[in-house]
Design a protein. Structure first.
Length: 276
């Protein structure tokens, strides 16, 4: 079975039962991804937020809202403290659809960085790269962070030359994050496939896409899309975050047999599919 990207429309799962709908968690004050995460944390911190599968390795990782928020805080503290980056600085993100990619996207916006997905490392103040993108990432003259993307988030056997190993640096960071200056929601926050969005535009689009994808509070969407365009980012992170839903994020979904996908949909109580 091969994964086919789905952009417009949505695909519901016949007979699927989502988690009970919770009270809406989005408020009028939620204008950045960090705001959305704070609202989700205040509403139901224990519920699953990201369930990640890698069908090339057999890995499964589940992060509650609280656990995801803890990773975001530690990563934002790494950005602001250890790396000394500030609002308006540019991050070239060279990672696949992965739970750690989702962490970096929210952490960077929490610190006010502009995340350029698959952007030019030579024009960035920080590059964050997985194992397959390290050579290209060396063009960055600023800070460089490498992620092994190995199961359980373990470190590289040998740290790549010229890079910090995320798995080594992040555990010691603080569990709470506060930006040195408030993040302006009208400033650029994300560049993807050549389109630039402010935080406010990102949140508004994510809320609209949640309706298009058919996910609401307490529901679960399974996404097999990559993070290289808005459709993948919306299904795999921003739309669920915007409405109090959760995501089953699947990498290498094309390696999963159709009957195994059906079992996963049932086991994970998936209510909508994107990219399958």
């Amino acid at each position: 079975m091969s994964a086919t990207p789905v952009t417009p429309g949505r695909r519901h799962v016949p007979g699927a039962r989502g988690a009970p709908r919770s009270l809406g968690h989005v408020t009028a004050l939620d204008r950045t991804p960090a705001d959305l995460l704070r609202s989700a944390l205040a509403t139901d911190p224990a519920r699953p937020f990201v369930t990640y599968y890698d069908d090339a390795t057999g890995e499964r990782v589940e992060l509650s809202v609280a656990t995801f928020a803890n990773w975001v805080a530690k990563t934002a503290n790494l950005i602001q403290g250890e790396l000394s980056l500030s609002a308006g600085d540019r991050l070239a993100l060279h990672l696949p659809a992965h739970w750690q990619s989702a962490v970096w996207l929210v952490a960077a916006s929490s610190a006010g960085l502009v995340v350029d997905v698959a952007g030019d490392p030579a024009r960035a103040d920080l590059v964050v790269a997985g194992p397959d993108a390290l050579e290209a990432a060396r063009a960055c003259t600023g800070e460089r962070v490498a992620l092994s993307l190995r199961p359980l988030g373990v470190r590289f056997p040998v740290t790549p030359e010229g890079f910090l190993d995320y798995a080594v640096e992040v555990p010691a960071q603080g569990d709470r994050f506060a930006p040195f200056a408030p993040v302006d929601p009208e400033e650029p926050a994300l560049v993807v496939a050549g389109e630039e969005l402010t935080s406010t535009q990102l949140v508004e689009r994510a809320q609209g896409d949640a309706e298009r994808l058919g996910v609401g509070p307490g529901e679960r969407i399974l996404s097999g899309l990559g993070f290289g365009d808005w459709a993948g980012l919306a299904a795999g992170l921003y739309a669920p975050l915007a409405v109090g839903a959760s995501v089953v994020l699947c990498r290498h979904l094309d390696r999963l047999a159709p009957e195994a996908l059906e079992r996963r949909v049932a086991d994970e109580r998936v209510t909508a599919l994107s990219g399958t």
